[in-house]
Structure formats: structure tokens, C-alpha cells
Design a protein around this ligand. Structure first.
Ligand SMILES: Nc1ncnc2c1ncn2[C@@H]1O[C@H](COP(=O)(O)OP(=O)(O)OP(=O)(O)O)[C@@H](O)[C@H]1O
Length: 582
């Protein structure tokens, strides 16, 4: 799917690589359908044979043969087309998964994961029937319909005129209803997406929902969203019923009109009885292709609604395609970092960082402190190019982050988020997440280096311990330590730690602090810290205030020179000053 092509072009583009199978399926379907046309012809021969007292065996055998051949051809066609549908759907799912995972962080901020999941599952499934049946069925239906009408025309032109008149009326109903079916389908898919988003929101905060006793409120939200999907679903069903009724009525009205007018023409000697029977059978046959075209158009409308929602995802800003997994690089030397006149806002008109200029030399530990919301985590986000500065440059090792290949940049950086997410799987899977080739020995060495070996002693099956969804079977402190060990295993050149000691007890915190000071000897470490104990021994401290650099210095220097820092430090006096370097 590319650019702003019309949705139907997208659908056809997905079918194009499978055109041979589609063609084969279409031809088989056409032949299978055409074998049905033998029925009225054979019936005419049977009636003529009866009236002329001729042998019936030949026409009856012809009928049976046509039925068997038709069934086999139709089954073959159905299999080929269903297979194409599965292939197309699989390709679209793969493509969509790729798009979703390569979305820019800023784009993801505005999205609801549940809605994205519903696009990947429910919307894509809708495309299956379109690609499997709708296109081919519409074409074969049309061809067979035209064939049937030609056969009718060869029988009696007056009766063809009657048939065409009634069919034209039902076409008008059809044309008026189809756009409404399309719109209702689109609204139904949007409502299903909303239902998925509402459910995902509640499941993502399951304990908060329970603790606040808001199950009923969450249920009401889900029920409302589901009712909306149901309302639009009903509308689609109602409109489809109108189309169905119009189709059935038109067939029956045509049948009755043809029977009446045809009987009069037989009475007047303008038509033979066998021709009238053949005409009526042919008319019955015609309802098949007509129904086929009608249901294809309805499926097509649902498919277009789904395609629109998929192309919306395609149009969202993505990071460069085809990036390799961010595996650790071979170079482990520490890197210098610099912000030069950086201004950035999540919404460009409301900057969060204002004209920030600061240098962090290679190696050593730098702490960023500042009141909540002052922009500390944003500083980390820009370093990893999750977002790009509106003004100024962020550089790593003297190179603007925009000049770095994104995979290399991220391979050089170890990052531990505030929430320290842990993924479902074993502890080993989690630790090796960013360094899949790491051996158990390397894992244990990192845990030792980071003074985290107690983690293994605390868990029942050591590295084989299975952690639940989002690591819920681990404690907050254990999750933090897993996330730290995971980052260290990558041997990053720049280690970004965002409030990593917030959930650790004093003993573990002291051990980790020592470990980080050790690591800082060979890596550039930047920590965002609220605990003064983490900050006091830093080589430099950057004080951020409302997105501006307020001061840079050592603990002792800042305590003397900066009022805000003094206030921040005063709030955490327990360890303040103890062991400060200068
Ligand atoms: N993804 C986002 N979209 C929009 N605004 C954001 C986003 N992330 C942060 N902000 C806003 O940017 C500002 C700075 O946030 P940031 O997380 O960098 O602060 P912080 O100093 O790390 O705060 P804390 O110490 O509380 O973690 C805040 O006003 C916050 O509301």
C-alpha cells in the first residue's frame, strides 16, 4: 500500500501479484457456472423429446454430466480463490505489523494500541473475503449474467424486454443503497476499533481498575462501544436486507411477468412451450449470477472501509524501513554527548526544552536533576532520536543524531526507562532481549558486575523463571534490576538511566550506585535521579528547570551557587554531602 491511492486501487494492487491464480480461479468458476447453463438447454431438449416421443437418456446423461463437471470446477475455483485470499491477508498482516513496529514514537503517543490491534485483526480479516471472492465473483457473475441474458435473447426478445425492465428497477435500489452500506461498514469498523481500545485500556491498568472498584464503569464504556458497533452492524444488516429483498422480489416479479406474458405468447403461437420452460429455467439460473454480483459489491464495500483504516496506518510517520534489530555493536568506547541550542516541544508551539546547550564528555557519570516535568526524560528521548529537535543539534560522538544510522545510534545506547518494562517470557529472554547472542556465563558476569546476583537467588527458577505479562510476577525492584542488567548486557557506549533506583531498598540502591560508578569508568553514564544519594558522587550535575539549563557543576559547587539545587538537595538530606567528590 503506498501513497494516497484510491482504496480500490490498493485492493487491486494486493491482488496483482496473484493474478495467475486469480485468473485460474476465475476461469474455473466461470466454466463451473457456465455448466449450469446446460440445464435450461437440456430441459428444452427433454421437453421436445417428451413431446416428440424421442429417447430421453442422452439429455438426462448430459444433465448429470454437466452437474458433476460444474461441481468439480466450482470447488477447484473456490479453493484457488480462498487460497489467494489467505495469501493476500497474510501479506497485508505482515506489512501492517512492520508499519506498526516502525511507527515513530511521536506517532504512537497519539494512538491507541487496542485500535491498532483491531486494524491488524478484524479489519484485515474483512479483506479476506474481498480478495478471495468479491473481485472474481463480481466478474464471473457479470460474465455469466451476460451469457444468460444472451441465451434469453436467443429465445424471445419480448420476454427479455420484460426481464430487463424489472432488473433495471432493482439496479436503481442497489445503486442508492450501496454507498450507505459502505459508510455504515466504515463506522462499524471504527466502533470495533474503539471497543478494542477501551478493553486494552482497562486491561493495561487491571490492578488500578480493581483497586478503584471501577469494573462497572469500564464495563459500561466497553458496552457503549460494543453497542455502537452493534448499531452500525444492524444498519449494514438492514441495508443488505433491503438489497436482498429487492433482488429476490425482482427475480420473482420477473418470473411472474415472464410466466404471464410468456403463456399468452405460447397461446398466440408466438413461442413454443419448450422455449418458455427454457426461458424460465434460464431466468432462475440468472438469479445466481445476480446474487453473486450483489454480495460481491457488498463485500467490496466492507473491504474498502477496511482498506481506508489500513492506509491511515500506512500514512503515519515511520522510522526508516528495513532497519536491522538493534544488536550491540563491536565498539564499546564511551561517547561524548552535546546539546547545542536545542529547542523541542511535543507540540511544536509549546516547547518543553528551551535553547538547551550542554556538553557531556566521554566517560564518567552525569546526573540530570530538576523538578518534575522540567524535561529530564525528554532529554533522553532526544538523544535516542525518539523525537527530533525543532531547533539546534543533538550530537553523539560529535555527529548529529540525525546523521547516525538509526540502528547504529540505538545500538550504542543502553536505556533503562522509568517504568522498567519487562516482557512476558523467561528471565533469560528478558536479559538477552537486546543482546540475543549473550551466553548464560555473560549474563551472570553482568549480574555480578552490577551487584545484581541477589536477583537470581530471589527467583524460584533462576534464569528460567517465567515472568508474567509485563513482568507482573516480579516485584518493582526486581523489574528495575532486570531492566538494568538487560541494558548492561549490550555493553553500551552511552548508558541512560531514568530514575532507576526509585523502587530499590537502601541496600540494593547502595550496591547499584557503586556498580554504576564502576561502569562509568568505561562508559558515558547519564542518570536522571531524584535521590540525592545517586547524584552526589556524579562527575557533573546538570540542573534543569522548566526546560532550561539552570546550572552545571559538582554537588559541592552547586550547593554553594544554585538556589534551586540547594532546595532540591535539602529535600533529600538523608545522604546529602556524604562522600561528595569536591
Ligand atoms: N509524549 C509526550 N507528549 C506530550 N507531552 C509530553 C510527553 N512526554 C512528556 N511530556 C510533557 O513534557 C514535559 C517534560 O516531561 P519529562 O517527562 O521530560 O519531564 P521530567 O523532568 O522527566 O519529569 P519527571 O521527573 O516527573 O519524570 C512535561 O510537561 C510533560 O507533560
Amino acid at each position: 500500500m503506498t501513497g494516497n491511492k484510491a482504496p480500490w486501487r490498493h485492493l487491486l494492487a494486493h491482488l496483482r501479484p496473484h493474478w495467475r491464480t486469480v485468473l485460474a480461479g476465475g476461469v474455473l468458476g466461470l466454466l463451473g457456472g457456465a455448466s449450469g447453463l446446460v440445464l435450461p438447454l437440456a430441459a428444452k431438449v427433454v421437453v421436445d423429446s417428451l413431446l416428440g416421443k424421442r429417447a430421453l437418456l442422452g439429455p438426462v446423461l448430459l444433465l448429470a454430466g454437466a452437474a458433476i463437471v460444474g461441481a468439480v470446477l466450482t470447488a477447484g475455483s473456490r479453493y484457488l480463490l480462498e487460497r489467494t485470499g489467505e495469501n493476500v491477508v497474510r501479506r497485508i498482516r505482515d506489512q501492517l505489523s512492520g508499519w506498526i513496529l516502525s511507527l515513530k514514537v511521536g506517532a504512537m503517543d497519539r494512538l491507541q494500541p487496542g485500535d491498532l490491534m483491531s486494524r491488524l485483526t478484524s479489519d484485515v480479516t474483512l479483506l479476506r473475503s474481498v480478495t478471495a471472492n468479491a473481485v472474481v465473483n463480481a466478474v464471473t457473475g457479470l460474465v455469466m449474467g451476460v451469457g444468460a441474458i444472451a441465451l434469453l435473447a436467443s429465445t424471445d426478445l419480448v420476454l427479455v424486454g420484460v426481464t430487463a425492465g424489472v432488473l433495471l428497477l432493482s439496479c436503481l435500489v442497489f445503486a442508492a443503497t450501496m454507498p450507505r452500506i459502505a459508510a455504515a461498514n466504515q463506522r462499524m469498523q471504527v466502533a470495533i476499533g474503539r471497543l478494542a481500545a477501551v478493553t486494552e485500556r482497562a486491561l493495561g491498568a487491571f490492578r488500578t481498575v480493581k483497586a478503584n472498584g471501577t469494573e462497572r464503569r469500564e464495563l459500561t464504556r466497553a458496552v457503549d462501544a460494543s453497542a455502537e458497533a452493534w448499531r452500525h452492524g444492524l444498519r449494514v444488516a438492514g441495508l443488505q436486507a433491503v438489497v436482498g429483498v429487492a433482488g429476490t422480489l425482482s427475480t420473482q416479479v420477473t418470473f411472474i411477468a415472464v410466466l404471464g406474458i410468456g403463456a399468452a405468447r405460447v397461446g398466440a403461437g408466438a413461442l413454443t412451450l419448450s422455449s418458455l420452460i427454457a426461458f424460465l429455467l434460464c431466468l432462475t439460473y440468472l438469479s445466481g449470477p445476480i446474487g453473486q454480483v450483489v454480495s460481491s459489491v457488498a463485500q467490496w464495500q466492507a473491504g474498502l472501509a477496511a482498506v481506508r483504516r489500513l492506509t491511515e496506518v500506512e500514512a503515519m510517520p515511520r522510522e526508516p524501513a528495513g532497519r536491522d534489530d538493534v544488536a550491540p555493536g563491536a565498539d564499546h568506547r564511551p561517547v561524548a554527548v552535546a546539546f547545542t541550542g536545542v529547542t523541542f516541544g511535543y507540540l511544536p508551539e509549546t516547547p518543553v526544552l528551551h535553547d538547551v546547550t550542554v556538553q557531556v564528555p566521554a566517560g564518567g557519570m552525569t546526573a540530570i536533576v530538576g523538578p518534575s516535568g522540567s524535561g529530564k526524560s525528554t532529554f533522553f528521548a532526544l538523544l535516542q532520536r525518539f523525537y527530533e529537535a525543532q531547533r539546534g543539534h543533538v550530537s553523539v560522538e560529535g555527529r548529529d543524531v540525525r546523521q547516525w544510522p538509526l540502528d547504529e545510534l540505538r545500538a550504542a545506547i543502553g536505556y533503562v526507562e522509568q517504568d522498567a518494562p519487562v516482557l512476558a517470557g523467561t528471565l533469560r529472554d528478558n536479559l538477552r532481549y537486546g543482546a540475543p547472542a549473550a551466553t548464560d556465563e555473560q549474563i551472570r558476569a553482568v549480574l555480578r558486575r552490577a551487584r545484581l546476583t541477589t536477583l537470581l537467588d530471589q527467583l524460584p527458577d533462576g534464569l528460567d523463571t517465567v515472568v508474567g505479562h509485563r513482568g507482573t510476577t516480579l516485584s518493582g525492584g526486581q523489574r528495575q534490576r532486570v531492566a538494568i542488567a538487560r541494558a548492561l548486557l549490550r555493553r553500551p557506549r552511552l548508558l541512560l538511566l531514568d530514575e532507576i533506583t526509585s523502587q530499590l531498598d537502601a541496600t540494593n540502591e547502595a550496591a547499584l550506585r557503586e556498580a554504576i560508578e564502576d561502569i562509568a569508568a568505561g562508559t558515558t553514564v547519564i542518570v536522571v535521579a531524584h535521590r540525592l544519594s545517586t547524584v552526589v558522587n556524579s562527575d557533573r550535575i546538570v540542573v534543569l528547570d522548566a526546560g532550561r539549563i539552570r546550572a552545571v557543576g559538582t554537588h559541592r559547587g552547586l550547593v554553594e551557587s544554585d538556589e534551586l539545587y540547594r532546595e532540591l538537595a535539602a529535600g533529600q538530606l538523608i545522604t546529602a554531602g556524604k562522600g561528595a567528590r569536591s
